[in-house]
Design a protein around this ligand. Structure first.
Ligand code: SAM
Length: 237
């Protein structure tokens, strides 16, 4: 269901190779996404060309800017129907991916794609702020990723506690997120992180995207993440 020509022409400027097997897995995911979306709302992006560019190429762009070592542990926070986590995993099955979301039904969809593609992944049905307080998940990951989950001050409180010292939180944002980024600087510092790179690029012409790389320099104080109600009431700023 991916538009193959459009897919390869869009990702050709990225420093990534998607071989035939990886393309077949991604294509199966796209097919299942479009099919399942007819009965259960997984995505507002439905047309195969849009799915190809705005979901798949968009997520693969991460590989152009982040060097993810072999067998790295990654958690995709608020993964929804699997963006960016499932795209990264199907392109690079060596990555140890945890898919976290508070909506069980979406995780069920991810599980069926993984099964169909013969790829393993950890499914975690929890809220981020609860999972990040468990020693099994806290500061256990080389990377956390998130796209379209929350504004950066709140998102940093969800995502940075999962990352080991020396690891990176990869935040996919729209290019118009300057204000949000400025607001988040203090929160990121409190949580033990530092903005390392702020990359704005054109996914295709006139489709700017932003990837913010936040390095984890020191342990997150144990009081973070706070319970959901406190985060919502008083975001770190
Ligand atoms: N990342 C996907 C994407 O880019 O298509 C999904 C984005 S969707 C708009 C936001 C997702 O984040 C939803 O599936 C929602 O259930 C999940 N989410 C929001 N807050 C969360 C939290 N605190 N813990 C876990 N999941 C959360």
């Amino acid at each position: 269901m991916l538009n193959k020509d459009l897919f390869y022409s869009t990702i050709q400027k990225f420093d990534i190779t998607v071989d035939e097997d990886a393309f077949a897995r991604l294509d199966k995911f796209a097919e299942m996404l479009i099919e399942t979306n007819k009965s259960f709302n997984l995505t507002a992006i439905k047309e195969p060309d849009d799915v190809t560019v705005k979901h798949f190429a968009d997520c693969l762009a991460i590989f152009n800017y982040v060097d993810i070592p072999e067998n790295a542990k990654v958690i995709d926070v608020g993964t929804g129907a699997g963006f960016p986590g499932l795209v990264l995993k199907l392109a690079r099955p060596d990555i140890q991916m945890t898919f976290l979301d508070s909506t069980k039904k979406k995780l069920g969809f991810i599980e069926s794609v993984l099964n169909e593609c013969g790829v393993q992944g950890e499914i975690l049905h929890m809220r981020a702020e609860e999972a990040a307080q468990l020693s099994k998940y806290r500061e256990q990951f080389d990377f956390s990723t998130a796209r379209a989950v929350a504004a950066l001050p709140v998102l940093s409180e969800y995502c940075l506690p999962f990352v080991k010292q020396g690891g990176t939180f990869v935040s996919m944002k729209s290019a118009e997120s300057n204000e949000e980024m400025n607001e988040a600087k203090m929160a990121i510092g409190i949580l033990g992180g530092k903005i390392q790179e702020d990359i704005v690029f054109d996914l295709v012409e006139n489709m700017p995207r932003r990837i913010i790389l936040i390095k984890k320099n020191s342990q997150t104080p144990t009081k973070y993440p706070r319970p959901s109600a406190q985060i919502a009431k008083k975001p770190l700023k």
